[in-house]
Structure formats: C-alpha cells, structure tokens
Design a protein around this ligand. Structure first.
Ligand code: IDP
Ligand code: MG
Length: 136
C-alpha cells in the first residue's frame, strides 16, 4: 500500500554533513521525497511537534536539541512507507540499532539519533500537517 511518512534529518546528522547519505538511503529503499525543506525549528516549534512526549523526562532537552541547529524535514512516499522508514532508521538508541541502519551509522546518542520517522498512520498525518499544511 502506498503511504506517506514524515522524516526529519536532525541537527546532529546535519552537523556531520550526512544529508546526502541519508536521502540516498531513503531513495534506495523506495522512499521518495515528495516534499522537503531545510529549516531551523524554534523551541516552540519543537514542543508542538513533540507534544505527545511532553510528560517524558527528556522532553525539555529533546526540544532544546531539536532547536539547536538546522534540520531537513521531508515527506517520503512509498510502499508501506511508515514501517519501511522505521526499519531503515533502526532503534531509538543508536547503540541498540541494527547494523547498517541510519541510526547505527549516523546516530551519536539516544537523543541525537540522526533522524525522526513517524511511527503510525495517525502520527504521520499530524506530523505532515504540522510541517506541510499545503500538502494534500
Ligand atoms: P523514536 O524517535 O524512535 O520514535 P521516541 O520514543 O518517539 O523515539 O522519542 C522521540 C525522540 O526523543 C527520540 O528520537 C530521541 O531523540 C529522544 N529520546 C527518546 N528517548 C530518550 C531518552 O531516554 N533520553 C533522551 N532522549 C530520548
Ligand atoms: Mg517516536
């Protein structure tokens, strides 16, 4: 089933100049960017995006980190895009991520873990609307 998912290349991956490598991995897996922008989130932007995590102990640090440098935000389209991207990303903690996944290759820590990917249909809808309200 053709699906769309939201991905973010996070500040740590941007700082190590991994945009090209990460997008190549998306395209190689059949996840095609249909919308993309480079931007710098404000703390408030990050808080709105991660609102579902507002009660978690790492919420404040996470939002500060996400606002610490530029990011690339993309909508990826492809067959089973949500699950496929989660598989490509690897586990949240890069130390536990399967070898060859984006987080295993590029992630620095459980917080600075290179990429975001939507985890379900509803969250993908919310996240795509958050950054690309014009997308239909
Ligand atoms: P996910 O990105 O793999 O879906 P979530 O549990 O949704 O993981 O957490 C969102 C983001 O919050 C993670 O990608 C990571 O940047 C950060 N995070 C998650 N767990 C921790 C933690 O235990 N300490 C610090 N940051 C965390
Ligand atoms: Mg998540």
């Amino acid at each position: 089933m053709t699906e769309r998912t939201l991905a973010i290349i996070k500040p740590d991956a941007m700082a190590k100049h991994a945009i090209g490598d990460i997008i190549q991995r998306y395209e190689g897996a059949g996840l095609h960017p249909i919308a993309m922008k480079m931007t710098k989130l404000s703390k408030e932007d990050a808080e709105g995006f991660y609102a579902v995590h507002r009660k978690r102990p790492f919420f404040h640090d996470l939002c500060t980190y996400m606002a610490s440098g530029p990011v690339v935000v993309l909508v990826l389209e492809g067959d089973n895009a949500i699950t496929k991207n989660r598989d490509l990303m690897g586990a949240t903690d890069p130390k536990k991520a399967e070898a060859g996944t984006i987080r295993a290759v590029h992630g620095a820590s459980i917080e600075a873990n290179a990429v975001h990917g939507s985890d379900a249909t509803e969250t993908a809808q919310f996240e795509m609307g958050y950054f690309f309200p014009e997308l239909k």
